[in-house]
Write a protein that binds this ligand. Sequence first.
Ligand code: BGC
Length: 750
Amino acid sequence: MQRIFEIDPWKVVTHTLDKDNKRLQESMTSIGNEYMGMRGMFEEKYSDDTHKGIYLGGVWFPDKTRVGWWKNGYPSYFGKVINTVDFVSVDIKLNNSSIDLAKDKYSDFELALDMKKGILTRSYVVEKEDAKVKVTSVRFVSADFKELYANKLTFENLGQKAVKVEVDSFIDANVFNEDANYDERFWEVHETANTKQGSKLVSETIKNNFGTPRFTVEMVSDHKGSLESIGAFKDETKTVNSYAKNLEVGETADFEKRVVVVTSRDYDDQTSLDKAAEELSQKQSKLSFEELQEAQANVWAKRWEKADVKIKGNDESQQGIRFNLFQLFSTYYGNDARLNIGPKGFTGEKYGGATYWDTEAFAVPLYLSLAEPAVTRNLLEYRYKQLPGAFHNAKEQGLKGALYPMVTFNGIECHNEWEITFEEIHRNGTIAYAIYNYTRYTGDTEYVTHDGFDVLVGIARFWADRVHFSQRKQVYMIHGVTGPNEYENNVNNNWYTNLLAQWCLRYAKEVSSQVSPEKLSQLGLESKELATWEEIADHMYLPEDKELGIFVQHDGFLDKDLRPVSEIPADQLPLNQNWSWDHILRSPYIKQADVLQGIYYFIDEFTKEEKARNFDFYEQYTVHESSLSPSIYAIVAADLHKEEKAFELYSRTARLDLDNYNNDTEDGLHVTSMTGSWLAIVQGFAGMRVKDGKLFFAPFVPKQWDGYEFRINFRGRLLEVKASKDVSKVSLLEGSALTINLNGKDLELK
Ligand code: BGC
């Protein structure tokens, strides 16, 4: 655990420039507005270790695959949202010398991310070249004006002499991705131009041989404030606009950099891009910084009104949940149906901003409750539109039906690790489960019986082809897989995968009775095929150990050297940073919920004893080295009334990044896992379930808290749940009357 920010219910704030943990500070002060986002790197020069990362949602590049030994079926590219042209950097000079906090003398440093308003500020006093100046920076990407980035710098002369302050403002295409497979630069510049007031740079992602779209990005900057223009410069890859002023002792000056960013995702050709950039530039120009800031704060205020979780009596937890919701909404708020939720959002390069099963498994349940149903429906439609890619993936493996990718932008698998691409087929189950989850939560059956049914049939056909029949045991099996626990590869009969395959086949068959005959004939689905699905599902092998009374993670699991995690010396954890991969694969240690993931999905379908035995057995071997893991264990623990345990597990997810639990937050935040802390509170502590269209709650308050409250949407209503030590209350804030169940009793809310 490593905590470098102070505890504050609404802010992520520090008074230390932690040079040894600069990347960690940057990850934690990331900002975004779904359309674009960036890490918290400084705008001005910083010559020591830093990771400048600025990303545009959906602007990605197919980086040629790099593997040691090519195997048939490998995806030919590894897609990634690439670091975009740098429109943030400035060079601030005092008496002609650049400020560089890596070297300069400074004091009164403050760095604060205001989560209530969505604004990042930083200030410090710097002393150099006979000057002493207080510098303040305020920046945001607008949640109200998606194409706009705004940064205001203020300078106050605190020295004994006049000082010349100069700002050189850049748009610079000399950027690269740290994770580029062949050290290529991904941007080709088409145009650079500048005026006194600002500049323009048009660039396009370089050509690729994979037939995926190239993206054009146009950036137009505009500068305001009391510094005066002293010149402009451009070359083939960058533009610079320079401004300066002599500040008398005690005098203050300010400088604003605004950049409008438009892309070919929204406009078809260069003429429309130019026109849009021009219009948007004019629009922002009419607004003052204060007006822009106010609009930003208003959007965030509305978001918080719907989604805030209030935790009484524990500011650490309070800050944790707000940070998680803030970063999640900065990544995705459901405004653009073409986008999805990358595991690290806009906060780092790892996972490349691509779509993973994380969306359906972890984000969908949260967006169902915190956003309009249309948002989740968009997430589902995203997969429907990628069905051709899923057919392609199955075909690549010589299989029928649809295999949804583990990592993708367009439906085509674009990750190049064998075990992930070829073996982690369990993700197909979650794609189907999300359709079920949406349907039961919203009551909307239109999707599942139309586009959603195409997805279910594609998935069912895949499973029906991927299983094989064991003559010896007279059951269907699935060999050669990796389950959610990526610390074991090529296992046979992963209980979770087989369970999900069985469930998918049954669910697709069940839904087939609700769809139109036209739909059935369009899909060529006949009773013979449905009967085959039923036969496979009824004879699916689900490994169990009767003596231990548990489901067995996979065929060989119980023959491993079963020693609990508590026997691993502390200095060998986390395993993925200390053990060889071979050692990890042979060990019994579980990276993330596997059997427990299946129990979580169908939590009301297992007996209390079954759940307890499996929880107790698997928990002792689970290292939770995926941030997706502890929340699932927390929910099952809460279901079992293991309240202390539930809180302990919740704590690992609640402040995972704020406390750098997994020692890897410098690479970026665990955005998709951030949903887990909300799930642990709502589905765990408050026991929220949906059964037959009715909401159930059974809240308890962890002893570390005095109480908590949250709001959810449910079928056109807005509900508020308040839990304190001695009483729980559910109120209907908006919408028509409904019956809910609280602690086993039906209550009608009016
Ligand atoms: C997990 C996967 C997850 C991915 C992205 C991995 O560490 O094992 O389940 O999809 O991270 O979050």
